[in-house]
Design a protein around this ligand. Structure first.
Ligand code: NAD
Ligand code: IPM
Ligand code: MN
Length: 351
Protein backbone atom coordinates (compact mmCIF):
# COMPACT_ATOMS: atom_id res chain seq x y z
CA UNK A 1 0.00 0.00 0.00
CA UNK A 2 1.41 3.39 -0.96
CA UNK A 3 0.31 6.51 0.90
CA UNK A 4 1.15 9.82 -0.69
CA UNK A 5 1.28 12.59 1.85
CA UNK A 6 2.05 16.25 1.23
CA UNK A 7 3.95 18.07 3.95
CA UNK A 8 3.80 21.82 4.42
CA UNK A 9 6.34 22.73 7.12
CA UNK A 10 5.36 26.42 6.94
CA UNK A 11 6.82 29.02 9.27
CA UNK A 12 8.59 29.43 12.59
CA UNK A 13 8.97 26.18 14.50
CA UNK A 14 6.95 24.40 11.80
CA UNK A 15 9.98 23.44 9.65
CA UNK A 16 12.10 22.61 12.74
CA UNK A 17 9.48 20.18 13.93
CA UNK A 18 8.59 18.66 10.56
CA UNK A 19 12.29 18.09 9.77
CA UNK A 20 12.86 16.54 13.18
CA UNK A 21 9.95 14.10 12.93
CA UNK A 22 10.70 12.96 9.38
CA UNK A 23 12.73 9.93 10.67
CA UNK A 24 9.71 8.85 12.73
CA UNK A 25 7.67 8.61 9.54
CA UNK A 26 10.44 6.53 7.96
CA UNK A 27 10.68 4.20 10.97
CA UNK A 28 6.95 3.65 11.09
CA UNK A 29 6.50 2.92 7.41
CA UNK A 30 9.41 0.49 7.51
CA UNK A 31 8.21 -1.32 10.63
CA UNK A 32 4.60 -1.60 9.49
CA UNK A 33 5.52 -2.30 5.90
CA UNK A 34 3.74 0.34 3.95
CA UNK A 35 5.14 2.83 1.51
CA UNK A 36 4.89 6.40 2.64
CA UNK A 37 5.79 8.98 0.07
CA UNK A 38 6.20 12.39 1.67
CA UNK A 39 6.35 15.32 -0.71
CA UNK A 40 7.43 18.58 0.79
CA UNK A 41 5.98 21.97 -0.18
CA UNK A 42 7.96 24.97 1.00
CA UNK A 43 4.98 27.25 1.01
CA UNK A 44 4.53 29.95 3.61
CA UNK A 45 5.70 33.36 4.68
CA UNK A 46 9.26 33.19 3.29
CA UNK A 47 7.70 32.48 -0.08
CA UNK A 48 5.30 35.36 0.45
CA UNK A 49 8.14 37.75 1.31
CA UNK A 50 10.02 36.69 -1.85
CA UNK A 51 7.20 36.36 -4.35
CA UNK A 52 4.06 37.93 -2.87
CA UNK A 53 2.07 34.74 -2.41
CA UNK A 54 1.90 32.07 0.27
CA UNK A 55 1.35 29.26 -2.23
CA UNK A 56 1.00 28.99 -6.01
CA UNK A 57 -2.36 29.93 -7.56
CA UNK A 58 -3.03 26.26 -8.27
CA UNK A 59 -1.82 25.16 -4.83
CA UNK A 60 -5.05 23.43 -3.88
CA UNK A 61 -5.15 21.55 -7.21
CA UNK A 62 -1.62 20.37 -6.48
CA UNK A 63 -2.57 19.12 -3.01
CA UNK A 64 -5.87 17.57 -4.10
CA UNK A 65 -4.20 14.42 -5.41
CA UNK A 66 -2.62 13.44 -2.08
CA UNK A 67 -4.03 10.99 0.45
CA UNK A 68 -3.45 13.47 3.27
CA UNK A 69 -1.55 16.59 4.30
CA UNK A 70 0.72 17.23 7.28
CA UNK A 71 1.17 20.86 8.22
CA UNK A 72 3.72 22.37 10.62
CA UNK A 73 2.58 25.89 11.46
CA UNK A 74 1.93 29.18 9.72
CA UNK A 75 2.59 32.69 10.99
CA UNK A 76 5.52 35.09 10.65
CA UNK A 77 6.30 38.27 12.58
CA UNK A 78 6.96 40.21 9.34
CA UNK A 79 3.68 39.35 7.63
CA UNK A 80 0.23 40.22 8.99
CA UNK A 81 -1.47 37.09 10.37
CA UNK A 82 -4.68 37.63 8.42
CA UNK A 83 -2.60 37.52 5.22
CA UNK A 84 -0.67 34.36 6.04
CA UNK A 85 -3.57 32.38 7.47
CA UNK A 86 -6.21 33.46 4.95
CA UNK A 87 -3.94 32.54 2.04
CA UNK A 88 -2.71 29.12 3.09
CA UNK A 89 -4.07 27.36 6.15
CA UNK A 90 -7.70 28.45 6.10
CA UNK A 91 -8.16 27.97 2.31
CA UNK A 92 -6.99 24.37 2.71
CA UNK A 93 -9.44 23.65 5.53
CA UNK A 94 -12.25 25.32 3.62
CA UNK A 95 -11.34 24.34 0.05
CA UNK A 96 -11.03 20.68 1.01
CA UNK A 97 -14.21 20.81 3.07
CA UNK A 98 -12.38 19.63 6.19
CA UNK A 99 -15.51 20.20 8.22
CA UNK A 100 -14.56 18.19 11.30
CA UNK A 101 -11.69 19.35 13.46
CA UNK A 102 -10.93 16.77 16.10
CA UNK A 103 -8.73 17.87 19.00
CA UNK A 104 -8.07 15.49 21.89
CA UNK A 105 -7.07 16.94 25.28
CA UNK A 106 -5.46 14.24 27.41
CA UNK A 107 -3.39 14.60 30.55
CA UNK A 108 -0.82 11.86 29.99
CA UNK A 109 0.88 9.98 32.83
CA UNK A 110 4.06 11.77 33.80
CA UNK A 111 2.89 15.19 32.61
CA UNK A 112 2.20 17.95 35.09
CA UNK A 113 -0.96 19.97 34.71
CA UNK A 114 -0.91 23.57 35.92
CA UNK A 115 -4.13 22.61 37.70
CA UNK A 116 -3.48 21.34 41.19
CA UNK A 117 -4.52 17.82 42.07
CA UNK A 118 -4.75 16.38 38.56
CA UNK A 119 -2.76 13.31 37.64
CA UNK A 120 -2.28 11.36 34.43
CA UNK A 121 -5.60 10.11 33.09
CA UNK A 122 -7.70 12.57 35.08
CA UNK A 123 -8.35 14.74 32.02
CA UNK A 124 -9.42 13.03 28.82
CA UNK A 125 -11.81 14.74 26.47
CA UNK A 126 -12.02 15.54 22.80
CA UNK A 127 -13.21 18.75 21.19
CA UNK A 128 -15.12 18.57 17.91
CA UNK A 129 -14.66 21.97 16.37
CA UNK A 130 -16.64 23.10 13.33
CA UNK A 131 -13.93 23.90 10.82
CA UNK A 132 -15.23 25.54 7.64
CA UNK A 133 -17.72 28.25 8.54
CA UNK A 134 -19.19 29.93 11.64
CA UNK A 135 -17.24 32.95 12.79
CA UNK A 136 -14.45 32.17 10.27
CA UNK A 137 -16.68 32.70 7.23
CA UNK A 138 -15.16 35.14 4.78
CA UNK A 139 -18.28 37.33 4.77
CA UNK A 140 -17.92 41.03 5.20
CA UNK A 141 -15.81 43.96 4.25
CA UNK A 142 -14.71 47.42 5.11
CA UNK A 143 -16.38 50.59 3.93
CA UNK A 144 -15.40 54.27 3.98
CA UNK A 145 -11.74 53.49 4.76
CA UNK A 146 -9.84 56.42 6.18
CA UNK A 147 -12.95 58.43 6.97
CA UNK A 148 -14.33 59.14 10.40
CA UNK A 149 -17.32 56.93 9.67
CA UNK A 150 -15.31 53.91 8.43
CA UNK A 151 -16.87 50.59 9.22
CA UNK A 152 -15.94 46.90 9.28
CA UNK A 153 -18.45 44.07 9.04
CA UNK A 154 -17.64 40.40 9.60
CA UNK A 155 -20.63 38.08 9.55
CA UNK A 156 -20.78 34.57 10.94
CA UNK A 157 -22.33 31.86 8.79
CA UNK A 158 -24.04 28.80 10.23
CA UNK A 159 -25.54 26.35 7.73
CA UNK A 160 -27.70 23.41 8.74
CA UNK A 161 -25.37 21.12 6.78
CA UNK A 162 -22.24 22.40 8.50
CA UNK A 163 -23.73 22.48 11.97
CA UNK A 164 -25.38 19.08 11.67
CA UNK A 165 -22.15 17.54 10.42
CA UNK A 166 -20.10 18.62 13.41
CA UNK A 167 -22.85 17.89 15.92
CA UNK A 168 -23.46 14.43 14.48
CA UNK A 169 -19.72 13.70 14.48
CA UNK A 170 -19.63 14.61 18.18
CA UNK A 171 -22.57 12.34 19.00
CA UNK A 172 -21.01 9.51 17.01
CA UNK A 173 -17.75 9.98 18.92
CA UNK A 174 -19.65 9.93 22.22
CA UNK A 175 -21.14 6.52 21.41
CA UNK A 176 -17.56 5.21 21.17
CA UNK A 177 -16.53 6.96 24.39
CA UNK A 178 -18.41 7.69 27.62
CA UNK A 179 -21.65 8.77 25.99
CA UNK A 180 -21.59 12.44 26.98
CA UNK A 181 -21.68 15.48 24.71
CA UNK A 182 -21.24 19.05 25.89
CA UNK A 183 -22.45 21.63 23.39
CA UNK A 184 -20.90 25.08 23.70
CA UNK A 185 -22.78 28.17 22.57
CA UNK A 186 -23.47 31.78 23.37
CA UNK A 187 -27.22 31.50 22.87
CA UNK A 188 -27.96 34.10 25.49
CA UNK A 189 -26.40 36.86 23.38
CA UNK A 190 -26.39 35.43 19.84
CA UNK A 191 -30.06 34.76 19.31
CA UNK A 192 -29.79 33.74 15.65
CA UNK A 193 -26.77 31.54 15.05
CA UNK A 194 -26.50 29.96 18.45
CA UNK A 195 -30.21 29.34 18.92
CA UNK A 196 -30.10 27.64 15.50
CA UNK A 197 -27.15 25.56 16.76
CA UNK A 198 -29.09 24.58 19.90
CA UNK A 199 -32.03 23.47 17.77
CA UNK A 200 -29.78 21.26 15.68
CA UNK A 201 -28.26 19.73 18.81
CA UNK A 202 -31.81 19.02 19.95
CA UNK A 203 -32.70 17.42 16.59
CA UNK A 204 -29.57 15.27 16.37
CA UNK A 205 -29.73 14.23 20.03
CA UNK A 206 -33.09 12.58 19.34
CA UNK A 207 -31.21 10.07 17.19
CA UNK A 208 -28.84 9.22 20.07
CA UNK A 209 -31.03 8.41 23.08
CA UNK A 210 -28.08 6.86 24.94
CA UNK A 211 -25.94 9.97 24.74
CA UNK A 212 -26.48 12.58 27.45
CA UNK A 213 -26.30 16.24 26.44
CA UNK A 214 -25.04 19.14 28.47
CA UNK A 215 -25.29 22.72 27.22
CA UNK A 216 -22.83 25.36 28.36
CA UNK A 217 -22.34 28.98 27.44
CA UNK A 218 -18.80 29.56 26.24
CA UNK A 219 -17.89 31.89 29.10
CA UNK A 220 -18.93 29.35 31.71
CA UNK A 221 -17.34 26.56 29.66
CA UNK A 222 -14.00 28.40 29.73
CA UNK A 223 -14.26 28.45 33.49
CA UNK A 224 -15.31 24.81 33.69
CA UNK A 225 -12.40 23.70 31.49
CA UNK A 226 -10.30 24.86 34.42
CA UNK A 227 -12.64 24.13 37.33
CA UNK A 228 -13.82 20.63 36.31
CA UNK A 229 -11.99 19.42 33.17
CA UNK A 230 -12.48 15.81 34.34
CA UNK A 231 -16.21 16.17 33.67
CA UNK A 232 -15.91 16.47 29.88
CA UNK A 233 -16.08 13.64 27.38
CA UNK A 234 -16.94 15.04 23.94
CA UNK A 235 -17.20 18.80 23.51
CA UNK A 236 -18.74 20.28 20.38
CA UNK A 237 -18.29 23.92 19.45
CA UNK A 238 -18.29 26.43 16.63
CA UNK A 239 -15.12 27.37 14.78
CA UNK A 240 -14.07 30.28 17.02
CA UNK A 241 -15.23 28.83 20.32
CA UNK A 242 -13.53 25.54 19.45
CA UNK A 243 -10.34 27.41 18.62
CA UNK A 244 -10.24 29.21 21.94
CA UNK A 245 -11.26 26.23 24.04
CA UNK A 246 -8.62 23.96 22.51
CA UNK A 247 -5.80 26.25 23.63
CA UNK A 248 -7.22 25.95 27.15
CA UNK A 249 -7.49 22.19 26.61
CA UNK A 250 -3.83 22.11 25.56
CA UNK A 251 -2.43 24.03 28.49
CA UNK A 252 -4.43 22.27 31.22
CA UNK A 253 -3.04 18.99 29.86
CA UNK A 254 0.53 20.20 30.07
CA UNK A 255 1.55 22.17 27.01
CA UNK A 256 0.69 23.54 23.61
CA UNK A 257 3.52 21.27 22.54
CA UNK A 258 1.44 18.16 23.21
CA UNK A 259 -1.88 18.98 21.52
CA UNK A 260 -2.65 17.24 18.21
CA UNK A 261 -5.33 17.98 15.68
CA UNK A 262 -7.04 16.39 12.67
CA UNK A 263 -8.99 18.31 10.03
CA UNK A 264 -11.19 15.73 8.41
CA UNK A 265 -12.88 15.75 5.03
CA UNK A 266 -15.69 13.35 5.79
CA UNK A 267 -16.56 12.30 2.23
CA UNK A 268 -12.98 11.41 1.37
CA UNK A 269 -13.27 13.43 -1.80
CA UNK A 270 -10.41 15.64 -0.66
CA UNK A 271 -7.36 15.05 1.53
CA UNK A 272 -7.64 15.55 5.28
CA UNK A 273 -4.97 17.53 7.09
CA UNK A 274 -3.07 16.76 10.29
CA UNK A 275 -1.33 19.48 12.29
CA UNK A 276 -0.52 20.43 15.85
CA UNK A 277 -2.90 22.85 17.61
CA UNK A 278 -0.02 25.23 18.26
CA UNK A 279 1.30 27.97 16.02
CA UNK A 280 4.71 29.00 14.77
CA UNK A 281 5.91 30.01 18.27
CA UNK A 282 8.13 32.96 17.28
CA UNK A 283 9.37 33.26 20.86
CA UNK A 284 11.32 29.97 20.61
CA UNK A 285 12.00 29.71 16.89
CA UNK A 286 15.57 28.70 16.05
CA UNK A 287 16.35 27.52 19.59
CA UNK A 288 15.90 23.86 18.68
CA UNK A 289 13.69 23.28 21.71
CA UNK A 290 10.19 23.11 20.19
CA UNK A 291 8.27 20.13 21.49
CA UNK A 292 7.75 17.78 18.52
CA UNK A 293 5.17 15.60 20.28
CA UNK A 294 2.07 17.55 19.18
CA UNK A 295 3.11 16.93 15.58
CA UNK A 296 4.00 13.30 16.29
CA UNK A 297 0.60 12.68 17.91
CA UNK A 298 -1.00 14.37 14.89
CA UNK A 299 0.95 11.88 12.77
CA UNK A 300 -0.55 9.06 14.85
CA UNK A 301 -3.99 10.45 13.96
CA UNK A 302 -2.87 10.53 10.32
CA UNK A 303 -1.91 6.84 10.39
CA UNK A 304 -5.31 5.95 11.87
CA UNK A 305 -6.94 7.95 9.12
CA UNK A 306 -4.94 6.06 6.50
CA UNK A 307 -6.19 2.80 8.08
CA UNK A 308 -2.70 2.05 9.34
CA UNK A 309 -4.14 1.67 12.83
CA UNK A 310 -1.31 -0.50 14.16
CA UNK A 311 1.12 2.22 13.16
CA UNK A 312 -1.10 4.89 14.72
CA UNK A 313 -1.36 2.92 17.97
CA UNK A 314 2.40 2.29 18.04
CA UNK A 315 3.22 5.99 17.65
CA UNK A 316 0.65 6.98 20.26
CA UNK A 317 2.02 4.35 22.70
CA UNK A 318 5.61 5.42 22.11
CA UNK A 319 4.67 8.97 23.09
CA UNK A 320 2.73 7.91 26.20
CA UNK A 321 5.62 5.64 27.14
CA UNK A 322 8.14 8.44 26.80
CA UNK A 323 6.04 10.90 28.79
CA UNK A 324 5.53 8.36 31.60
CA UNK A 325 9.29 7.79 31.88
CA UNK A 326 10.76 10.35 34.27
CA UNK A 327 14.25 9.69 32.86
CA UNK A 328 13.22 10.45 29.29
CA UNK A 329 14.27 13.74 27.70
CA UNK A 330 11.67 16.50 27.67
CA UNK A 331 11.62 19.95 26.15
CA UNK A 332 11.47 23.11 28.30
CA UNK A 333 7.69 23.54 27.89
CA UNK A 334 7.39 20.31 29.93
CA UNK A 335 9.95 21.45 32.49
CA UNK A 336 12.96 19.74 30.91
CA UNK A 337 16.05 20.98 29.11
CA UNK A 338 16.16 18.60 26.14
CA UNK A 339 16.18 19.61 22.50
CA UNK A 340 13.66 18.69 19.84
CA UNK A 341 16.22 16.31 18.36
CA UNK A 342 16.84 14.52 21.68
CA UNK A 343 13.14 13.94 22.20
CA UNK A 344 12.78 12.49 18.70
CA UNK A 345 15.89 10.31 19.08
CA UNK A 346 14.55 8.86 22.33
CA UNK A 347 11.13 8.31 20.82
CA UNK A 348 12.60 6.32 17.95
CA UNK A 349 14.07 3.86 20.43
CA UNK A 350 10.57 3.23 21.78
CA UNK A 351 8.95 2.55 18.43
P1 NAD B 1 1.69 29.68 19.48
O1 NAD B 1 0.90 28.42 19.63
O2 NAD B 1 2.61 29.75 18.34
O3 NAD B 1 2.52 29.92 20.82
C1 NAD B 1 1.91 30.10 22.08
C2 NAD B 1 2.90 29.71 23.19
O4 NAD B 1 3.06 28.29 23.20
C3 NAD B 1 4.28 30.30 22.98
O5 NAD B 1 4.83 30.63 24.24
C4 NAD B 1 5.08 29.16 22.37
O6 NAD B 1 6.45 29.19 22.62
C5 NAD B 1 4.42 27.95 23.02
N1 NAD B 1 4.50 26.79 22.12
C6 NAD B 1 3.73 26.59 21.00
N2 NAD B 1 4.10 25.46 20.41
C7 NAD B 1 5.09 24.92 21.14
C8 NAD B 1 5.88 23.74 21.02
N3 NAD B 1 5.71 22.85 20.01
N4 NAD B 1 6.83 23.51 21.95
C9 NAD B 1 7.01 24.36 22.96
N5 NAD B 1 6.29 25.49 23.14
C10 NAD B 1 5.34 25.77 22.23
O7 NAD B 1 0.63 30.86 19.46
P2 NAD B 1 0.82 32.44 19.13
O8 NAD B 1 2.07 32.92 19.76
O9 NAD B 1 -0.45 33.06 19.44
O10 NAD B 1 0.97 32.48 17.57
C11 NAD B 1 2.19 32.59 16.86
C12 NAD B 1 1.93 32.61 15.38
O11 NAD B 1 1.38 31.35 14.97
C13 NAD B 1 0.90 33.65 14.94
O12 NAD B 1 1.32 34.11 13.69
C14 NAD B 1 -0.40 32.87 14.81
O13 NAD B 1 -1.30 33.43 13.94
C15 NAD B 1 0.13 31.55 14.31
N6 NAD B 1 -0.68 30.37 14.60
C16 NAD B 1 -0.68 29.41 13.62
C17 NAD B 1 -1.33 28.21 13.85
C18 NAD B 1 -1.26 27.17 12.79
O14 NAD B 1 -0.49 27.29 11.85
N7 NAD B 1 -2.03 26.11 12.87
C19 NAD B 1 -1.94 27.97 15.08
C20 NAD B 1 -1.91 28.97 16.06
C21 NAD B 1 -1.25 30.16 15.82
C1 IPM C 1 -5.59 26.91 15.13
C2 IPM C 1 -5.11 28.30 14.80
C3 IPM C 1 -5.82 28.86 13.57
C4 IPM C 1 -7.30 28.86 13.85
C5 IPM C 1 -5.35 30.25 13.18
C6 IPM C 1 -3.89 30.30 13.00
C7 IPM C 1 -6.07 30.78 11.98
O1 IPM C 1 -5.27 29.13 15.91
O2 IPM C 1 -5.47 26.02 14.27
O3 IPM C 1 -6.04 26.69 16.26
O4 IPM C 1 -7.82 29.79 14.45
O5 IPM C 1 -7.96 27.91 13.43
MN1 MN D 1 -5.88 28.11 17.70
Amino acid sequence: MVHEVATIPGDGIGPEVIDAVQPVFDDVSERFEFDLELVRYDWGSERYLESGSMMPDDGLDELAGYDAIVLGAIGHPDVPDHVTLNNLLLPIRKGFDQAICKRPAILFDGVESPLEGYDGGDIDFVVYRENTEGEYADMGGQEHPGHGHEVAIQSAVFTRTGTERIVRAAFEAATEREGRVTSITKSNAQAHSMVFWDQIVEDVSAEYPDVTVERLLVDAASMDFIRRPEAFDVVVASNLFGDILTDIGAIITGSMGLAPSANINVSGEYPSMFEPVHGSAPDIVGDGVANPLATILSAAMLFDHLDETEAGDAVWSAVTDQLADSDAPRTPDLGGSATTAQVVADLRTRL
